[in-house]
Structures are given as C-alpha cells and as structure tokens.
Write a protein that binds this ligand. Sequence first.
Ligand code: HEM
Length: 133
Amino acid sequence: MPRISNLFFRTAVLFLIVGVMMGLQMAISQNHNVIGAHAHVNLLGWVTSAIFGGYYALNPAKAERRLAMVHYAVYTLGVAMMAVALYLLLLGNPAMEPVVAVSALITFAGVLIFAWMVFAPENVTLGRSARIA
Ligand code: HEM
C-alpha cells in the first residue's frame, strides 16, 4: 500500500475512535448536544479519510506526487481543528465560532486539492499512448 494511503487510514481510524467515543458519550449521558461534532468527525474524519486512502491505493502513480502529501496535511489539519472547535462550540463556547469557520475553510481547501488530483491525468510523465495502454 502507498505510504499516503497508510497515513490516511491510520488517521481515519483515530478519527473513528474519537467519533465513536463522542457517540458513546451522548448515548450514555442521554444528552445529544455534540451530535454535530460526532457526525462530522465520523463522516469527514473516518469515512472520507478512508476513501482518500483507498483512492491513492488504487492510483499509486498519483500517490507518489508531492501534492498527495499536501492534500493529506491540509485536509487532516482542517478536520482535526474542526473536531475540537465544533465539540467545544456545541458544549457552549461561542468563542469557538471563528475557529470552526476557519477550520471548515481549510477542510474545503483539502477537498479542492483532492478534486484537482482526481481530474489530473494518471501519469503526467508518460506520453499519451503510454497512458492509454
Ligand atoms: C458506537 C458507535 C456510535 C454511537 C454510540 C453513536 C451514537 C450516536 C448518537 C447517540 C447520536 C444522536 C442521535 C440523535 O440525537 O438523533 C448519533 C447521531 C449520528 N451519528 Fe452516531 N454513533 C456511533 C457511530 C457513528 C458512525 C461510525 C457514524 C458515521 C460513519 C455516525 C454518524 C452519525 C450521524 C450522521 C448522526 C446524526 C444523525 C441525525 O442527525 O439524524 N455515528 N450517533
């Protein structure tokens, strides 16, 4: 498996642990106040990061590009920031509002980098005939 896929999967499973813990906290306390943080950590953190890891495993040429690591760094920073800030906001800290906004924009930048990666040609160093083969 490419290194970037391994990184994405390891990060994804850490987000899953945190997301499930938030779910258990809500279920046990019967207070669903952090539902938004739970949903975002699980879906942006666990599900989406794992999909990114799977994409790079299926596209090893793209996995070797430096942009893949930039994608990982930007996206993971955004989601990790959002996880903490949204959790604290939902616990009743309105000062976290701008941090949530900035983290959402960083996450979006990570998503745009991934979109660029998906639409980029498979292997820019090979000629067109080699790509078709
Ligand atoms: C042991 C694991 C989990 C527990 C105990 C748990 C618990 C909960 C609880 C208590 C709620 C609030 C329900 C409500 O107020 O209506 C919730 C909502 C939610 N959970 Fe989980 N959850 C778990 C795993 C997951 C995972 C793995 C995902 C996604 C991959 C996920 C996605 C969501 C979403 C999207 C909502 C919001 C649903 C809505 O607004 O209708 N959860 N969860």
